[in-house]
Ligand binder design. Structure first.
Ligand code: ZN
Length: 441
């Protein structure tokens, strides 16, 4: 190990996207024999091994060749209380919510249960290489205290908040606007900006939030401009019809949130599968981000995200796993699903591996307001990274033997790398996950 003030160099193939590959050429930066130099938890240099090693001759070098380093992955939509409902198929959104997700979420009223779920959740993020996430929380303040406490111990960068609802859901999942305000304020005071934690005001969706509750959300955001905001929007047709019925004066779904001042650069809106052109244009104008969750959209039959229309309008798009409606925590697999669905979209897009990496890293950092801290390997960023090494004898290891370019390596990783290939994960230089069978140790 390097001494605390010394420089450590990780030597491996390195990929990152300091630029935006939707528009900028050369946004994907790769080093076949690369060096990532770290000191005191921050990136000192990222470049070709010989060059970086020449500048830091006294550095401790860890030879990780045979593996690949990418920035820590960033999941912009994942539900903490739904870890144990993963793995079910055959539902629509409404059936899945009523029969599986919401009854499970009600169980988090039990502190012991919530603690077990929070540990499973945080461990799953880290072991899949996810170092930062916009986490859809629990409806119970007690469960949120537990999640924030365990997340802080884990070292992960977590944006989350109490989920607010005052109608439509099970009675135990509702709270009055007054209680929502009071409990949110207490959690914000205790956890917002504590270490790597950030607070996100989180109404579940317009169907389960009255005007008074949405007004409460707006009041919370007005009181502290550093808060984040997240919710669901335009996920499926039935939901959109219900919102139109509940808010007859709103011209569309987005307008419901706009009216209460909930949409801005601090907002991450999940799905937007069935958005009108007017909504997409306004999301872009607000500088808000859309978390697209292609595995969830396919699993629940919600539809294909109109990525082309979003990108053409200049909307900031990111990736989310939407566990547990999605099918797992892996952000590389989520990227693959994005690629697959966009190939068959009505307005198809052929996403490159570099674009997928951007969506899974840098774009997420920007959506979470963490762009100065994480998302790529620019000098001065926190050393948040994933070391990927395919298991010996695996199909991925075989595929990587015959690839001819760095782009092809990255494409193979998105296509074939599962959690078993995630060997080491660091946040600000500290190891938050290391695979026990690591042959490189
Ligand atoms: Zn969701």
């Amino acid at each position: 190990m390097a001494s605390p003030r010394g420089v450590e160099i990780l030597r491996a193939a390195i990929f990152h996207t300091p630029g935006n590959p939707f528009g900028e050429t050369g946004a994907l930066v790769t080093f076949e024999d690369g060096a990532l130099a770290l000191a005191e938890g921050r990136i000192v240099a990222c470049g070709d091994y010989r060059e970086v090693a020449g500048v830091h001759p006294d550095a401790t070098v860890r030879d990780l060749r045979g593996g690949y380093i990418v920035p820590g992955l960033i999941d912009t939509h994942v539900h903490f209380p739904q870890v144990r409902v993963l793995g079910s198929i055959g539902y629509t959104l409404q059936d899945w919510l009523e029969q599986l997700a919401l009854p499970e979420e009600a169980r988090l009223n039990d502190a012991g249960y919530a603690a077990a779920i929070a540990r499973e959740f945080v461990d799953a993020l880290a072991s899949h290489g996810t170092t930062a996430a916009m986490v859809f929380g629990s409806h119970f303040a007690s469960a949120m205290e537990i999640l924030f406490t365990i997340a802080e111990q884990s070292g992960l960068r977590i944006c989350s908040g109490l989920v607010l609802s005052d109608r439509a859901l099970l009675p135990e999942l509702r709270q009055s606007p007054a209680a929502a305000y009071r409990e949110s304020r207490l959690l914000i005071e205790r956890f917002h900006n504590k270490g790597r934690l950030r607070y996100a005001v989180t109404p579940r969706f317009a169907v389960s939030a009255s005007e008074a509750l949405l007004e409460t959300c707006g009041a919370l955001l007005r009181e502290d401009s550093s808060l984040r905001f997240t919710t669901h929007i335009n996920e499926n047709g039935r939901e959109i019809e219900e919102v139109a019925r509940l808010f007859p004066n709103a011209r569309d779904y987005l307008a419901v949130y706009e009216r209460f001042g909930l949409v801005g650069p601090w907002s991450v809106l999940a799905h937007n599968v069935h958005a009108t052109d007017a909504e997409i244009g306004r999301v872009a104008a607000h500088g808000a981000s859309i978390a697209s969750c292609p595995r969830s959209n396919a699993a629940l039959g919600s539809g294909i995200f109109p990525f082309r229309r979003h990108v053409d309008a200049g909307v900031r798009c990111t990736l989310g796993t939407d566990v547990g409606a999605g099918t797992g925590f892996g952000m590389l697999q989520e990227g693959l699903q994005m690629y697959l669905m966009q190939r068959v979209a009505p307005q198809p897009v052929i996403l490159t591996a570099g674009q997928l990496l951007y969506l899974a890293t840098r774009a997420g950092a920007e959506a979470l307001g963490l762009e100065d801290e994480t998302g790529d390997f620019e000098k001065g960023r926190a050393a948040d990274l994933v070391y990927i090494k395919p298991p010996r004898g695996s199909v991925l290891a075989g595929a990587l033997k015959r690839v001819e370019s760095s782009e092809q390596v990255l494409a193979a990783l998105f296509t074939l790398a599962g959690a078993e290939s995630v060997h080491e994960v660091r946040i600000a230089g500290e190891v938050v996950f290391r695979r026990k069978t690591d042959e490189t140790q």
